[in-house]
Design a protein around this ligand. Structure first.
Ligand code: ADP
Length: 486
């Protein structure tokens, strides 16, 4: 099957979050199954500056964006499994979507160009996809374009679309004055169409027009049908409920492999955890200095976007109470300025017990997974979450809130049966988070039991194999739906 994976980010070239891991890993595993996938990305500055294996194909496209036609050059990697659309006025910037102060003001134009550019690029390359697998709002106009502006284009008559919602909280909202940029008609600007409380909603365009919709865990696929988690789109999603599926993300077990991980100072595996012990000591010494108590003090790690979604509000409230225990907290992340500021205040106050690094740091992230005892994800909502899956693989016991993919992947520890892979709490409250942490501190004092749970974690398998097969089945479904309409 010929599959275009349309995505605003993908490993190994550019990543700000889990979507990048998913897009890259899915491409790799589809290839392993003999399919013909190809990831399409904007050629951001960070890719241009760092990627060694990409070349200009010499081909270009002219993409209508409002009244203008904007030229994009097509680049590709060694084996053509990644294609890039180069357009310096849109993508030669330091960030992908915006700065901590806010989104880029021309994001509507940037992602109209990218979405329509992908369609034009397929034609230019004479690559007739069976499936265009769209991801999040940045590519959500593609299904609608195929059903409107490209409706009678024979080139795409057998092309079906699948849209994956990685996070319903980000929808691509723009004022109606920018509708002309999309080249879509005003007839679509209705509540049944792409209007959303007076604005244009890119994600809604995809939700209405893709043949199949998926999200990244079964629990999240049910949660988003409720007002509480629906971000105003629960009504639209309920209409499409029979086409909505939850496919749990995997992680790339080659990349995330503690026995081979080149970011780690010491490697280890399920049968020999000596390297993990050493990583733990290194993490502790590097961040907090030497202490005789290293073995006696639990290290709680957290790696992720510092946003409301990730539960920063309850975490910030809980930090003073957590640090009333003799524990260490390590936080690595980047996100909203208001959380940066509040965390920095706490960092000054609790220096020596709280370590904070604001920024993106792959090497430190790996050491945190390998060296921390517990991995914290107190998310308000969590479509899937990769952090907890990586933590399981590296033997750091997850402490998570009972929501979305966290509910689907972490089993609460039972002190009687010693079954379970983490600590799960229900209420989105600092006190509930603290209760879960207290349970984890008790486990930490019993070395044998602690080891048993670490092993429970490392035994779990969240590799991509199963999910890739599920995506293939859904691609087939999307095609059937598409062809039955012709
Ligand atoms: P998101 O909602 O941001 O996609 P996920 O848990 O699904 O969250 O995925 C986050 C991914 O990004 C994980 O691989 C995590 O290790 C990585 N990550 C997040 N923030 C950072 C950071 N500051 N430095 C290094 N890696 C990070």
């Amino acid at each position: 099957m010929k599959i275009v994976i349309a995505t605003p980010e993908a490993v190994p070239y550019v990543k700000t979050g889990g979507l990048a891991d998913v897009a890259g890993a899915l491409c790799k595993h589809l290839k392993k199954l003999g399919e013909e996938p190809c990831v399409v990305l904007p050629l951001y500055k960070v890719i241009k500056n760092n990627a060694k294996d990409i070349v200009d194909t010499g081909l270009s496209i002219n993409v209508p964006v409002g009244d203008s036609k904007i030229t994009g050059k097509i680049y590709k990697n060694n084996d053509s499994s990644y294609l890039f659309i180069d357009c310096p006025i849109f993508f030669n910037r330091d960030e992908l979507y915006g700065t901590p102060e806010g989104d880029y003001a021309d994001n509507c134009s940037r992602f109209v160009f990218f979405s329509r550019g992908i369609i034009e690029m397929c034609k230019e390359l004479n690559f007739r996809p069976d499936i265009i697998h769209c991801n999040d709002w940045q590519t959500s106009l593609i299904p609608l374009y195929l059903k409107t502006l490209y409706k009678s284009d024979k080139f795409f008559e057998n092309t079906a679309t699948l849209l994956t919602i990685h996070n319903l909280g980000y929808q691509g909202l723009f004022p109606p004055e920018e509708l002309y940029i999309t080249n879509l008609g005003w007839d679509l600007f209705t509540p049944e169409g792409i209007e959303f409380y007076g604005k244009i909603n890119f994600l809604k365009a995809g939700l209405l027009s893709a043949e199949i919709l998926t999200t990244v865990s079964p629990t999240y696929s049910r949660e988003i049908l409720k007002v509480e988690y629906g971000f105003g789109l629960d009504g639209v999603l309920r209409v499409r409920e029979s086409d909505l599926y939850g496919v749990i993300n995997g992680i790339d077990y080659d990349e995330w492999n503690p026995s081979k991980d080149s970011y780690l100072p010491y490697n280890y595996d399920y049968n020999n955890l000596e390297g993990r012990k050493r990583c733990r000591v290194k993490l502790f010494k590097d961040l907090f200095g030497y202490s005789k108590k290293i073995d006696k003090v639990p290290i709680i790690g957290m790696v992720g976007r510092l946003s409301e979604q990730k539960g920063l509000d309850i975490l910030l409230d809980a930090i003073p109470d957590i640090l009333a225990f003799d524990v260490r907290i390590v936080i690595l992340g980047k996100g909203d300025e208001r959380y940066h500021n509040r965390l920095e205040e706490l960092f000054d106050k609790f220096k020596g017990r709280l370590f904070l690094k604001i920024g993106f740091d792959e090497k430190l992230a790996h050491l945190i997974y390998a060296g921390s005892d517990f991995f914290l994800m107190p998310s308000k909502y969590e479509p899937c979450g990769l952090g907890q899956l990586i933590a399981l693989r590296y033997g750091s016991i997850p402490i998570v809130r009972d929501t979305g993919g966290l509910s689907d992947t972490i089993e609460d520890f039972n002190p009687l049966s010693l079954k379970g892979t983490g600590f799960v709490f229900k209420d989105f409250k600092a006190s509930s988070l603290l209760d879960a942490l207290k349970r984890s501190f008790c486990l930490f004092t019993e070395k044998d039991k602690m080891m048993k749970v670490i092993k429970n974690c490392m035994k779990r398998d969240f590799s991509w194999k199963k999910s890739t097969v599920t995506y293939l089945e859904l691609y087939e479904k999307a095609l059937e739906k598409r062809l039955s309409r012709i």
